[in-house]
Write a protein that binds this ligand. Structure first.
Ligand SMILES: Nc1ncnc2c1ncn2[C@@H]1O[C@H](COP(=O)(O)OP(=O)(O)OP(=O)(O)O)[C@@H](O)[C@H]1O
Ligand SMILES: [Mg+2]
Length: 381
């Protein structure tokens, strides 16, 4: 049985299917270039995606070995015939590219090319790439057959689908970047909530130890032990934030005991009196306990850092059909509307986010001169 080349229709359909299998930009480009070269039986094929600085953001070739590619040197710039394809957005079909007045020569290691077919890849009015082929293989060694009108039409179909594939690949990459951005913001919140507060307390305790070391070495020693404990907790929190673990203490001791210990630590580390009371609270779903802990940490941190309060009280209680956490300080208070508009701060946003994330609600009640109450409520299941 004699081997017959596939019909153009079969070949182009295979090429289009191959293109649609890939999502990553570079794989899409490679498939387009390889398909074009095979479909039109050319020695070389390339696809360039221009950047805004006269170069190419992506440049993919087929028919050139890796060694040859390296030897050619830096990527081409947008000049000569490449530039014409991109800027005039017109096909270029040439019997001998070297004879063209726009030809500007190529690097030493560049393969020699004669017949040339290039098409812009367009998305609406925008030229998003150029697809081109060189040296059509001829059935007879006499050579000089060159690319035909039919070749140009076939490549035109490929270029149109390449536009769709490229646009999809761009969208895919954009959505992946967004996912990364979301992950980065989660981590920023996590680090902010867990770690920066610990480090803040740690710094205060270290300062207290330094102030005491000459006068009262015994108390200084106690403070230093506190420094070590806080540093250890910061390390644990950091690890948990990075791998998205719950604070280990919650699993071991539950919310009430964890809050009690942490509040005792804060009470010792700060000059304000910090107290905790709880009433009638049963264990909550893990995610709710974690959210409650994070919210109380941030609210406490804000009270200790911003309010100048003498007293900060935390209460956790079962009320009607909800569990309610309240952090109240007798400090200077603030204008909640102005802060919301300013929008630079992570803490309040993060607290709201955490409460909402477990089906709860956060309210901040504050006024300059009147102290602050942060309240988080989660409905009982
Ligand atoms: N309990 C409070 N008493 C007085 N002012 C407060 C209190 N809580 C928050 N604020 C004010 O609201 C602002 C926003 O708080 P938020 O926690 O969102 O950000 P931040 O604490 O400044 O920074 P971070 O992003 O590190 O938390 C604070 O800068 C402070 O001016
Ligand atoms: Mg804060």
């Amino acid at each position: 049985m004699s081997h017959r080349p596939p019909s153009p229709l079969t070949a182009i359909s295979a090429a289009l299917l191959a293109m649609s299998r890939h999502l990553e930009m570079r794989d899409v480009l490679k498939t387009i270039v390889a398909s074009a070269r095979e479909l039109l039986d050319a020695e070389y094929a390339a696809l360039g995606v221009p950047d805004d600085h006269g170069g190419f953001a992506q440049f993919v070739v087929d028919g050139v070995s890796d060694e040859q590619w390296k030897a050619i040197g830096p990527l081409p710039r947008q000049h000569g015939i490449l530039a014409a394809m991109l800027h005039e957005a017109k096909p270029q079909r040439l019997a001998d590219v070297r004879q063209d007045p726009r030809f500007e020569g190529w690097p030493d290691a560049h393969p020699d090319m004669s017949d040339f077919l290039g098409l812009p890849i367009q998305d609406g009015d925008e030229t998003i790439g150029a697809l081109f082929l060189a040296n059509k293989r001829c059935p007879r060694p006499a050579g000089g057959c060159g690319f035909t009108q039919e070749d140009e039409e076939l490549l035109g179909i490929l270029a149109q689908h390449a536009a769709i594939a490229l646009t999809n690949a761009r969208l895919y990459e954009r959505s992946r970047e967004l996912t990364i951005a979301e992950e980065r913001s989660r981590l920023a919140h996590e680090l902010h909530d867990a770690v920066s507060q610990k480090l803040f307390s740690l710094r205060l305790t270290a300062q207290a130890a330094a102030a005491l070391v000459d006068r009262d070495p015994v108390r200084a020693k106690g403070e230093l032990q506190q420094v070590a404990a806080l540093a250890g907790e910061a390390v644990d929190e950091l690890r948990a934030a990075v791998v998205e673990l719950r604070p280990a203490a919650l699993d071991e001791d539950g919310l009430v005991a964890t809050l009690r210990t942490q509040i005792q630590v804060l009470d010792r580390a700060h000059s304000a009196r910090v107290t905790f009371e709880s009433a009638g609270v049963r264990a909550l779903p893990a995610a709710q306990e974690e959210a409650m802990l994070r919210v109380s940490q941030e609210a406490l941190h804000n009270a200790l850092r911003h309010s100048g309060a003498r007293r900060v009280t935390v209460t956790l209680a079962r009320e009607a059909s909800a569990t309610v956490l309240r952090i109240t300080d007798d400090g200077r208070g603030f204008d909640t509307h102005a802060i919301r508009r300013a929008g630079r701060h992570l803490g309040l946003v993060s607290m709201r986010h955490r409460a909402g994330g477990v089906g709860g609600r956060l309210t901040v009640d504050s006024e300059p001169g009147k102290g602050t109450t942060v309240q988080m409520e989660v409905p009982c299941g």
